[in-house]
Design a protein around this ligand. Structure first.
Ligand SMILES: [Zn+2]
Length: 234
């Protein structure tokens, strides 16, 4: 009977957390990863974190003062990266987010441009959206970074201010106009003279990150850097 129950339980676990590669279905899945080593090796790494004046940094030129920034992967349609982001945002698959965070963490390790960071700051969601999803996906990505680099996550300072029309429904100019109104700060003193790393899932126009940085600057940190899991062309 016990054997039967164990088999039943294992089968149930497998349904909840299938031990197969999300992308190709391979069963070669070490360390609770979500993609197999072969699919992992095919991920479109950017190397941006090691490159000065990379495309992501250029997005912010003339808009907001940021330290070294970057994104770990290219986001393209129907790719493994899109699948990972989709799993994280819509399938309750935190392991996909931890993996994205670990990829960022490993890229930061290789770069000398991301050192002595005091806090990871996840780009916040509206409270209602976070409640519906059960978590903030950028916080999960931060957890993945922390697993590699042991940098604490500070989520008591930056909050989404009010309901806003989704980014895709608005043009870049219009977004720019209300970029100061998206976020608000609490516990501002926590940030004073600290080195911050703002973390997002995907960067496109940079409007969200710009707005978040402008808000964080009110806490007078020593430095703000930015990373996203993936970069996509607008
Ligand atoms: Zn695979």
């Amino acid at each position: 009977m016990q054997h039967f129950l164990k088999k039943y339980f294992d089968g149930f676990l497998h349904l909840l957390f299938p031990k197969i590669c999300l992308h190709c279905g391979s069963e070669d899945l070490p360390n609770h990863d979500v993609v197999c080593p072969i699919c992992y090796s095919k991920l479109p790494f950017t190397d941006f974190l090691q490159i000065e004046n990379n495309v992501v940094e250029k997005i912010f030129w003339g808009r907001v003062s940021l330290g070294a920034s970057g994104a770990a992967l290219f986001f393209t349609k129907n790719s493994i990266v899109q699948l990972l982001i989709f799993e994280l945002k819509y399938k309750q698959n935190k392991r996909a987010g931890w993996m994205l965070g670990q990829i960022i963490g490993e890229a930061m390790k290789l770069s000398h441009r991301f050192q002595q960071i005091d806090y990871l700051i996840p780009v916040p969601l509206r409270r209602k959206k976070e409640r519906t999803r059960g978590y903030n996906q950028t916080y999960i990505i931060c957890e993945g970074i922390s697993q590699v680099l042991a940098i604490p996550i500070e989520k008591r300072v930056l909050f989404k201010k009010k309901p806003s029309i989704t980014q895709t429904q608005k043009g870049r100019i219009e977004r720019g106009q209300d970029s100061n109104t998206l976020f608000k700060l609490k516990n501002t003193t926590v940030l004073f003279n600290k080195r911050l790393l703002l973390v997002d899932d995907v960067i496109t126009t940079g409007a969200t990150a710009e707005s978040a940085c402008l808000c964080l600057q009110q806490g007078r940190p020593a430095d703000i850097q930015f990373v996203a899991a993936a970069y996509t062309l607008s």
